[in-house]
Design a protein around this ligand. Structure first.
Ligand SMILES: Nc1nc2c(c(=O)[nH]1)N[C@H]1C(S)=C(S)[C@@H](COP(=O)(O)OP(=O)(O)OC[C@H]3O[C@@H](n4cnc5c(N)ncnc54)[C@H](O)[C@@H]3O)O[C@H]1N2
Ligand code: MOO
Length: 403
């Protein structure tokens, strides 16, 4: 049996970051920068006021107090955005708003609260020192400074920095486009009437949502019956249209395991057993045109865990991400369970903050049974219990992937 690490390495070997493309800042959220963003200007761009008040010469008002104020002539009224630059000479000042350029000659700002707010002449009630409440050009970034390094994932903070540095468009790795489909003649669309033996297709919805949640564009094909010709046609239609295909079902030992039947003949594909529970039967590889394909087992919890452990990291690599895995926490087990022993177990768990850290309890009453899709709804994490581990007891510490 293949180890999880070996299968993950095989999954990652199928993909590399997608070619860079330019996007508008509005469309850059969660994408990964493909090129360093270097500042060409000073940030702030000019010395400007940090307060609404008066731009003064500090030496003029150094001795001012409420009891013995200093009076200055107000030369100008500078709003943010003002292009005026009056020379502030001795005995004068300019009324100034936060963000307006500090006029030449002035070297400090007196907040309006420390004045009488005069428009032609102003009474200054407190002294100040040169530089007070002045935001200096270049104190945030200078020309040549690296603002964002290639490989950075663009969140609101990074997008703001790019905008401030004057970039309207950024070179990023585009969003991976992933086709997802379920296989199984028992599957019908959710909500449709079911005859005996039929069930709603939950996996194509699960996988499409998982692709989107991982930052990809999901092309949800839906459920394909266990019919080789139909599956071949559907796969052929997707080749060249998507960056990868994810299928569910039809990979174990059954007489109608259509994915295995159709793809075993593909030279780039392999079907293996991985030492994990759920998620033992797995297929992956490339179709003849090079499209990566991940063939996940059909049991819904198996499909979810397989996506988390193998497909999501590959999708993130396509997207240019360096951090491929989920964050992990250490949690204290509330209710115990008996792991299968010979394979690494991924137990869906509900996570809760306890007085001394995270608490984990089984999300589904039945534990990690791979058909317990309703119970999966309560999972915020997957507790990882190594092969060979004995019973997991209340109070034990477990490693949990936060999903
Ligand atoms: N003789 C053996 N039988 C099985 C083995 C084995 O080693 N020997 N492995 C078991 C394990 S473990 C798994 S996991 C499953 C994987 O089977 P398949 O990938 O072939 O999946 P299916 O047979 O198509 O479906 C399994 C199960 O899941 C339900 N299902 C499938 N697709 C969906 C969907 N889109 N939405 C909701 N539910 C779905 C399906 O109805 C089955 O109940 O094989 C075991 N068998
Ligand atoms: O390994 Mo299967 O994925 O447990 O149910």
């Amino acid at each position: 049996m293949r180890t999880i690490e070996e299968h993950l390495a095989a999954a990652l070997a199928l993909v590399r970051p997608l070619d860079p493309q330019e996007v508008a800042l509005e469309d850059a959220l969660d994408l990964v920068l493909a090129l360093d963003v270097t500042c060409a200007v000073e940030l702030p761009r000019f010395d400007n006021s940090a307060m609404d008040g008066y731009a003064v010469r500090a030496s003029d008002v150094a001795a001012a107090t409420a009891a013995d104020p200093v009076r200055l002539v107000v030369l100008a009224d500078l709003a943010a955005g003002s292009a005026e630059h009056p020379e502030v000479g001795p005995g004068t000042c300019a009324r100034i708003m936060t963000g307006a350029p500090v006029p030449p000659g002035a070297d400090a700002i007196v907040p309006v609260e420390l004045t009488d707010g005069g428009l032609t002449q102003v009474r200054i009630d407190a002294g100040t020192r040169a530089g007070t409440h002045v935001r200096r050009a270049g104190e945030d970034a200078r020309p040549g400074d690296l603002v964002l390094a290639a490989g950075t994932t663009l969140g609101p903070q990074q997008i703001a920095a790019a905008a401030a540095a004057g970039f309207a468009r950024l070179l990023v790795h585009r969003r991976p486009r992933i086709a997802v489909l379920s296989t199984g003649s028992e599957l019908v669309a959710p909500g449709a009437e079911l005859r005996r033996g039929q069930i709603p297709d939950s996996n194509s919805f699960l996988l499409a949502a998982a692709v989107r949640a991982a930052g990809g564009i999901a092309v949800r094909i839906g459920a394909v019956p266990d019919d080789a010709a139909t599956l071949r046609r559907v796969l052929a239609e997707q080749q060249g249209q998507v960056d990868a295909i994810v299928t569910s079902g039809g990979v174990s030992m059954g007489a109608y395991d259509v994915v295995k039947e159709v793809l075993t003949a593909e030279p780039g594909m392999e079907f293996v057993q991985v030492a994990m529970q759920p998620g033992k039967p797995q297929g992956l590889g490339t179709l003849t045109d090079g499209t990566p394909l991940f063939a996940l087992p059909g049991n819904p919890v198996s499909a979810f865990v397989s996506f988390e452990v193998f497909v999501r990291p590959a999708l993130r690599r396509l997207a240019g991400r360096m951090d491929l895995g989920r964050p992990e926490v250490c949690a204290t087990v509330v209710d115990g369970w008996q792991p299968p022993g010979e394979r690494t177990q991924y137990m869906p768990v509900a996570l809760e903050r306890g007085p001394a850290g995270w608490l984990a309890r089984r999300a589904a009453r039945g534990g990690s049974g791979s058909h317990l899709v309703a119970g999966l709804a309560g999972a915020q994490g997957l507790a990882v219990v190594g092969a060979g581990a004995g019973e997991v007891r209340p109070g034990d510490s477990v490693r949990v992937l936060v999903v």
